[in-house]
Design a binder for this molecule. Sequence first.
Ligand code: G16
Length: 543
Amino acid sequence: MDAFDVPTQPIDGQKAGTSGLRRQTRDFMAPHFLENYVQAILNAIGGAHGKRFVVGGDGRYFNDRAIQVILRMAAANGAAEVIVGQNGILSTPAASHLIRLNKTDGGFVLSASHNPGGIDADFGLKFNMANGGPATEQVTDAIYQQASTIANYRMLEAQDIDLTQIGDSMLGDMRVRVIDPVDDYAALMETLFDFDAISGLFRSGFRMAFDAMHAVTGPYAHRLLEERLGAAQGTVLNGTPSPDFAGGHPDPNPIWAHELMGIMTGPDAPDFGAASDGDGDRNMIVGRGAYVTPSDSLALIAAHAHVAPGYKAGLSGVARSMPTSGAVDRVAAAKGLDCFETPTGWKFFGALLDAGKVNLCGEESAGTGSDHVREKDGLWAVLMWLNIIAATGKSVGDLLADHWQTYGRNYYSRHDYEAVDSQVASTLMADLSAKLADLPGSAFAGLKVTEADEFAYTDPVDHSTTTGQGIRIMFDGGARVVFRLSGTGTQGATLRVYLERLETDASRLHMQADDALAAVIAAADEIAGIRARTGRDAPDVRT
Ligand code: G16
């Protein structure tokens, strides 16, 4: 088998967003696109010679072909070993765990997460570093530099590796280890949670519905929930990964997981419902008739994590992304824990986790996780909730009610305007930015602005600074609106408007979020002129 150089030239559109490179699948399938980006990654990390990597993805369309290309290029660049999930399948948290467990030099994670899959949908590639976490801003910038100047990539002429069979084989001088995608991850979960208590819960008749959304968590959930913990057969819905997620949108929120929401609000609703996304790092938690916002889920986990064996020593600190509500801050303050506010993107938690400053992180975008891996972890959050329910004997609804009673409730909603004309969206943000200094003191929809700024972050560990991370407008009484453009969309721009209001009056803790937030919603539109600029009457998605 011969390795050879293929001449190429830089291709537009290879700048990573919030989480690696996400593009339409056909872009990734275009000549040289994937190859250029893989070579750019290998160049940026100082080459592949003698190195070991993990490769896997969420099984979406083109996952299998892309993995064969990455294997051939890794071999051609002199890598010593690549560990691959059987059939090319690895959830993102499982990939992160394998990188750490096997002390590899990093990994290639193929996924566009919650974005739809298929030849006419989305694909993505992300490089994770030796700590198991997404490449830092510095490495991402170096990859972009390489992609912008690339002149050739290295390829091996070889047949496809059979990824259906577990075992070792050689590709040129490189060993390829095909492993079971679930085994090591399941073993890790068993060290963190009280499996006896959770099994006892299921034995006592506790019922659950888990919607894998035709995505990667199906095999993980079947193994852990049904086979290992004894949940009833049929607990896992849509549990076979499909290349186009059966035509669905694998994003675990009340809009896209409407099948599960229907079950949980129906007449014979189970006790507990949960869902995960395309690559298994996001989660949704829902009780009987009680949807838990990701921000509340993070706060509630912070308050109760010590009941799980892996966290019985307590938390070292917590972190949340800036647009995530301040609910977890209130728990941290009560418990005397450090609480960090980072830009959107799991990569910003990596340094805090590595330094031991925090061991619980979360984001409003349905991500929760700890220091067990360096990615957010959907099934981890589900098991944590099951452990909390088993330990406290309380329902999801009661846990939430008690939490709000103790800490107050941060009413929260995110409004997304999708596929907005990019020019309109960037002008909206630029205009907002230009008037920030004039906002304090003025009132909108009866709410007085106390502070307004553009979020910037200096990492307390590596001291790197990241600017331009969203516009924050704070109002009198603890309300806030944040405006940000998504870094994960693939068509036009997605404007995200994050709305929040703190309520501590015990008689007003059980309102509908949109009613509780009516004034904040009106103020947001008045300040940014969303309707007038986008021509939209309402957001496309509210979570
Ligand atoms: C990624 C990032 C998250 C981020 C989310 C949404 O998640 O890892 O940190 O919160 O995108 O980002 P944006 O608001 O820029 O679209 P995932 O699940 O898509 O990998």
